[in-house]
Design a protein around this ligand. Sequence first.
Ligand code: AHR
Length: 341
Amino acid sequence: MKNRYRNVCMILAIFLFVTGCAQNSHCASEVVPDGEIEEEKEDYIVVGYSQVGSESDYRIANTKSVRDIFTQKNGYYLLFEDAQQKQENQLKTIRDFILQEVDYIVLDPVVETGWEAVLQEAKDAGIPVILSDRSVEVEDENLYTAWVGSNFEEEGVCAGKWLENYLAATGRSQEEIQIVTLQGTLGSTSQIGRTKGFQNVLEKNQSWKMLDRSSGDFTQAKGKEVMEEFLEKYPEIDVVVSENDNMTFGAIEAIKEAGKTCGPKGDIILISFDSVQAALIAMKEGDINVDIECNPLLAPKIAEIIDKLEAGEKVEKIHYVEESYYDTFMDLDSVIRKRSY
Ligand code: AHR
């Protein structure tokens, strides 16, 4: 539908341009440098994207994925807003998108709660909302059309199971293991899922002791700060679970500054999430033991959903992306070489 409409607009615009040029000296301003007629945003599928922020390497890759897919060449007009990790910014942005009558809203919610009213407003305005990466906790699941992202709880379970196997392989299954967790933004789907998944495995291991959990808000600076506090409070940490790579980078700095080491040959076992290229390099250098992947390349799936909705087709509600994990027993070079983020 949209494409046919766009073609008609193009022909009309060319006609008006050719016939109008002789009498209208302003018509040159309607031509973009490469000679194409400038098209209006109404000629595209208008997507309003409310992004969490730019707190991590994951997030930068996620934003790039969005900007690469939702291009005018692909038939989309993207309105992109960075919320700087503040829910109040996202609420305002969504209301702006509704006022602008966008065709679709894509929301990556900072936290899970507090969305009911604004999602109802979008629904009343007839604008489908697609959730990306993180999710929302709402009573009426019809307030959003679909969700695309990672299975965060499964990621947490994967981290716990990896630790179980590693301790068994290194003959430490019976030892008391002292653990601290650097949590992501409290109340975000990724934090909730990873904490819960790891906790499930922890409960099955009587010798594991969770000394402390504290949020580093998914950033390197706060990750370092929290790790410094942990190191001061707890002299005998065996394992750090860091809920994203950027906090891990901060934790590595803090550990080294405290005169300790981490990684397979170090004092502390370091478990991370995301598997961005810089973290895999740090793993190769011996600072990280395992990294549970969180795939940021979500935009192709979102575009596929939008295209189906445009064609009047039904879409599935939940879409998980493919993920894996990496540790020092694998051939990291080939993964690092191929990694685009
Ligand atoms: O929600 C996904 C998480 O958010 C990523 O693990 C983290 O890096 C990001 O900031």
